[in-house]
Ligand binder design. Structure first.
Ligand code: ADP
Ligand code: MG
Length: 287
């Protein structure tokens, strides 16, 4: 299993009046090939948790294993871990700095001292994954692109390292609906075709419902739900208690049931809701 976290806690500014307990006894195993959505209110510990997954924060209390390696062990090579576990920060486009898209995406592979042919291949592959035509974009300045394109260039820079695990911290924040949908589709395709493990931090249930096969809900540094999205959404009341909703289509199902219609309690996509409602209408006609 690529990532195993055992009883992990983390306090910022430990021992000062500004101490904040960000993680509180997290135990979580993520298997190769999963597409995990992590959701929770602002301040629930999402960013702190994922920064533990690639050694950006060394575990202080509890354990984090990546591919069996203990990240608290001083002998563990964290640089190698970071190549395996690629982390895309919030607003990653703020970290673009090269004069061409090619150079920006090539930055990691270049540092790894790969051959020019290998670097070129990695850049073309990574740009293709994020839906940017390499020939069209590689010589352009990242700073003349749209916000969504810049973000995709930044994500390509992480993909160019060919990580086994890709973690993205709120990658759709600030994108327009079309940019958001495109990015989610690209991540789905990447997951399906490459078998990469993907961990997506989001504050949108609609988003997670579309792409993730597993949903982890954080509240005040603790995991309060963990399972297939359908199962987690079936407990809409508990999610509401911690200030999180369910996807809009699931809300629709709940509202229909409250009016006495025998639709399933959860729908993950508009298409699924449509089919459920049509099935009910068909059933009605037969009677
Ligand atoms: P999320 O990503 O879910 O919004 P974070 O992991 O950023 O949550 O934050 C969890 C808690 O830790 C919050 O109370 C936040 O204020 C606090 N925190 C996050 N980063 C720092 C930091 N660098 N210094 C002090 N406190 C922090
Ligand atoms: Mg965060």
């Amino acid at each position: 299993m690529p990532i195993a976290i055992k009883n992990l806690s983390y306090v910022y500014n430990e021992g000062t009046p500004f101490a904040v307990r960000a993680l509180d006894g997290i135990t979580l195993s993520i298997n190769a090939g999963e597409f995990v959505g992590i959701i929770g209110q602002t301040g629930s510990g999402k960013s702190t948790l994922i920064q533990h997954m690639n050694g950006l924060i060394r575990p202080a209390l509890g354990q984090v294993f990546v591919a069996g390696q203990d990240l608290a062990d001083p002998k563990t090579n964290l640089k190698a871990v970071r190549q395996r576990v690629g982390l895309v920060f919030q607003y990653p486009e703020h970290q673009l700095f090269e004069e061409t898209v090619f150079k920006d995406v090539a930055f990691g592979p270049t540092n790894q001292k790969l051959s020019p042919e290998e670097i070129e291949q990695r850049v073309v592959e990574a740009l293709t994954w994020v839906g940017l035509d390499p020939d069209e974009f590689k010589d352009r300045s990242p700073f003349e692109l749209s916000g969504g394109q810049m973000r995709r260039v930044a994500i390509a820079g992480v993909l160019a390292m060919r990580p086994q695990v890709l973690i993205l911290d709120e990658p759709t924040a600030g994108l327009d609906p079309r940019g958001r949908d495109e990015l989610l589709d690209q991540l789905s395709t990447l997951h399906a075709k490459s078998g990469m493990t993907i961990i997506l931090v989001s504050h949108s249930m609609d988003e997670i419902a579309r792409v993730a096969t597993r949903l982890v809900v954080l509240e005040q540094g603790q995991i309060v739900a963990d399972g297939p999205p359908r199962q987690v959404f079936s407990n809409a009341k508990k999610l509401a208690e911690i200030g999180l909703g369910v996807p809009q289509v699931t809300e629709l199902m709940i509202a229909l049931r409250q009016r006495g219609l025998a639709v399933p309690p959860v729908a993950l996509t508009v298409e699924e809701a449509k089919q459920a409602i049509l099935a009910l209408l068909d059933g009605g006609q037969e009677r």
